[in-house]
Write a protein that binds this ligand. Sequence first.
Ligand code: GDP
Ligand code: IMO
Ligand code: MG
Length: 466
Amino acid sequence: MKKTAGEATVIVGAQFGDEGKGKIIDAMVPEYDAVVRYQGGNNAGHTVVVGSEKFKMHLLPSGVVRKKRSLIAAGVVLDPRVIKQEIDSLAAKGIKVDEHLLGIDFRTQVIFPWHNARDVARETAAGEGKIGTTGRGIGPAYEDRAARTGIRFGEFIDAKTLAAKIASKTAETGAKSGAKTAANEAKKTLGRIYPDSPDAIVPPAEEIAREYSALGAFLKKFACDACLEVNGLLEAGHRVLFEGAQGTLLDNDFGTYPFVTSSHPIAGGACVGAGVSPRAINRIEGVGKAYVTRVGSGPFPTELNDGIGERIREKGAEYGTTTGRPRRVGWLDIPMLRYADYLNGFTGIHLTKLDVLGGINPLKICFEYQLDGGRAGKTKTSVFPMNSGGFGGVGAAEPVYLELPGFPDLPQAEWRKAAAEGVAKGFSALPEKAREYVEKAGELIGVPILSVSVGPERNEIIWAKK
Ligand code: GDP
Ligand code: IMO
Ligand code: MG
């Protein structure tokens, strides 16, 4: 492979998702020529705040807000109903999403109502043991891709092929001749596995075919070969930003399995999902909150189930962008970020929502874990102990904290002022103890902090001095 003249940067969630990736992408887009979503689907919710306008993107790459070429690559699972709604709602806000702005790879897997039904039915049946999925059909759509029974965007936009696919797809159960349609098949399977679940309902196949061929006709103009386009852009010396969804600890292999999503949010996922070589990637930038949040079930060792957690949740508006569920909240977990660094190879980290910690004194940071119930206090690790008690393995792991002095709970106007001063002063524009918190975090992770966010808006960000 000859060295491309272009620049490729991957933006990755360093924790459990919702780290503020949308905001960081939006801040970086002016320096790039295209933005690419490479995995996940509308389980994602990426927020971009511009003045009084709030954009919440589930499928569209965050680059659309600044009208930069935005691509949905092969590794995404795409719900056509949702993307149509998003396109319509952006039009109402004055952003015309046409085929010059948006491209969708013909290889992208399409989500159908039977995927949502399977997702919801399974979760309902699991009761207390549920994963806490977003119910958007993400897992089942990826299952079908792996089983090679999925329907891809290129087939979906061709009405004849789509009708034939819907009518002949019987692989849901591996059923024999009696099975007539994918939808009926899905219904049969669901009914058998979850007889008590009221959610195991899929519309009749003809109805799905009618609705989805209309959606296909609408979306057809966006079809492209995003793999060729991205490689062509890089070859021609352009700059491409890869927008990760979810977060490292939700990775299907390396996250807190089984409480994970079904794709690979980690940096390598950009190569697999968009069809670019690992050698094409120049920078890998993690986005991490100054604390940690998680939506859904699963291990969360530094979780705060007290008044401090409640305060952070309210101040940080920690309610899911996609489902509105309250997010679980906890102290910053350095071993988690060190593990994330192993998996991603961060060239730097963007630390977000520092403003939210204002007024909490002292602040705690987990800097290592004590293993085996702290036997003689000897067994410690500074990397997230994935294989320990409560994480799916043996032994117990307890977070060990250091305490740092808090910093003032500034009004938003003060943070904005600090951000404005930050253009010249870098992190020195932060209140002293806030800067110390950032510096300590960077030192413990061992990765440069590239920016610190102090509010949801576009300009509420301070870049490190070069
Ligand atoms: P994403 O999924 O990683 O893009 O993150 P979400 O958009 O789901 O959640 C991040 C939330 O925090 C959004 O509501 C953002 O507007 C907001 N946000 C981002 N950065 C900051 C920040 O520095 N301070 C505050 N207070 N809010 C922020
Ligand atoms: P963004 O891109 C936070 C979580 C769900 C659940 C688990 C599996 O906005 O950061 P799924 O529907 O994917 O099968 O659910 O993953 N989850 C997210 N949590 N941010 C996200 O996306 C998420 N996408 C999925 O809550 O625990
Ligand atoms: Mg989100």
